[in-house]
Design a protein around this ligand. Structure first.
Ligand code: LMR
Length: 400
């Protein structure tokens, strides 16, 4: 029965973890997956999370099924983060939000719902994009194409966004095309567009009748929670309806709890109620209803002013440390003898640096030095620290 089953390739991101774990090089460094490690190279367990879990353990609760759309306080917390506390989309009741199995789960719920709604629509993702966008939307049954985004020749060869190309490709898309956009901290490039450029994107999306799907997996890792979420208000102001996927994997360091969400902004509360009813069918027929613990922790933190303030402080510390490591990487590469100007690394934002290294160089880094990044040249700056940075810089210098 299984004789015709072919061996699938390793996942381009999570597959690196498998390879990394099997690597016996004691100096190995994992800059592959987008995970934040602290200054000591440890995966943090945030203080706000520990405090919430302590309170929860003092009043242990039985684990019944959650509602299909998840914990109400969690969904409310997501809405407030995405659209802004007390904003019109929330007060008018026209946002349908469901708890999802991580940001990936939020994307897949949206993709499955969209496929039912408009089966012949195409999906456009950025070139390049998060490696899983193409696979996820393809597996949901869509034809996935891309719009221009990164151009190595931009900024005098240092690389940057090909904004004219992006706009032209969006303009050329057929009405109803789903445009997957990175709300902040573009993965993998680390190059975002400016608010003024977003205005132009919003105008094209509106004029061409595209369906915006904003992936907001890194809210808080760019300039701050509000700043990174500001693009949402631009879409709202244009009177658009759209999808937003949220992830708390990185911002709460709760990767394994799979805490994410999907929000759909509709035209009215009545429309949002209908959309929610359909999303619940997608959930029910996939995994029935979401798990409890991670959602309960996030809801507890978001709804308690003290814990919420603590979370924002801890998130801010992660953001600041990543920025500091960007500068150290630039300085370290120079000190290690890299001739070319690598200062573009400090103009990138979020967890990643698109280093400009080729696939061959990335494979050499991995095989000869145990330094893991994706084949596309993406490195997770959030996994650098004072102890591993010199080794990483020296290794990169040797393959450049
Ligand atoms: C990444 O891009 O490395 C993260 O979003 C983790 C993942 O699921 O791929």
């Amino acid at each position: 029965f299984f004789s015709a089953v072919e061996m699938a390739p390793r996942d381009p991101i999570l597959g690196l973890n498998e390879q990394f774990n099997a690597d016996t090089n004691p100096a190995k460094v994992n800059l592959g997956v987008g995970v934040y490690f602290d200054a000591n190279g440890k995966l943090p367990l945030l203080q706000c999370v520990q405090a919430a879990e302590k309170t929860m353990s003092q009043d242990p609760k039985a684990r019944g099924y959650l509602p299909i759309d998840g914990i109400a306080a969690y969904d409310a917390g997501v809405k407030a983060l995405v659209f802004g506390e007390g904003s019109e989309p929330i007060t008018s009741g026209r946002v349908a939000t469901v708890q999802a199995i991580g940001g990936t789960g939020g994307l897949k719920l949206g993709a499955d719902f969209l496929k039912k709604l408009n089966p012949s629509a195409k999906v456009l993702i950025s070139d390049p994009s998060w490696e899983n966008h193409r696979a996820l939307f393809t597996n949901a049954g869509f034809t996935v194409e891309s719009y221009r985004y990164f151009n190595q020749a931009a900024n005098g060869g240092k690389g940057g966004v090909d904004f004219d190309g992006m706009l032209a490709d969006l303009k050329a898309a057929a009405p109803g095309t789903v445009a997957v956009l990175h709300a902040c901290c573009h993965n993998p490039t680390g190059y975002d567009i400016s608010p003024a450029q977003w205005d132009q994107v919003v105008a094209v999306v509106k004029a061409k009748g595209l369906v915006p799907f904003l992936d907001m997996a890194y809210q808080g890792f760019g300039y701050g929670l509000k700043e990174d979420g500001a693009v949402i208000a631009q879409f709202v102001a244009a009177g658009l309806t759209f999808f937003v996927s949220t992830s708390f994997s990185k911002s709460f360091s709760l990767y394994g709890e799979r805490v994410g969400a999907l929000s759909v902004l509709c035209e009215s509360k009545e429309e949002a109620d209908r959309v929610l009813s359909q999303l619940k069918i997608v959930i029910r027929t996939n995994y029935s209803n979401p798990p409890t613990h991670g959602g309960a922790v996030v809801a507890a933190v978001l709804s308690n002013p003290t814990l919420r303030a603590q979370w924002e402080q801890e998130l801010g510390e992660m953001r600041v440390r990543i920025k500091a490591m960007r500068q150290k990487l630039v300085d370290g590469l120079k000190a290690a003898g890299v001739q070319q100007d690598m200062s573009f690394i400090t103009t990138q934002i979020g967890m990643f640096s698109y280093s400009g290294l080729s696939k061959d160089q990335m494979v050499r880094l991995r095989n000869e030095f145990g330094v893991y990044g994706t084949d596309t040249g993406r490195m997770c700056v959030a996994a650098l620290n004072e102890k591993n940075i010199d080794y990483v810089c020296a290794s990169i210098a040797k393959v450049i």
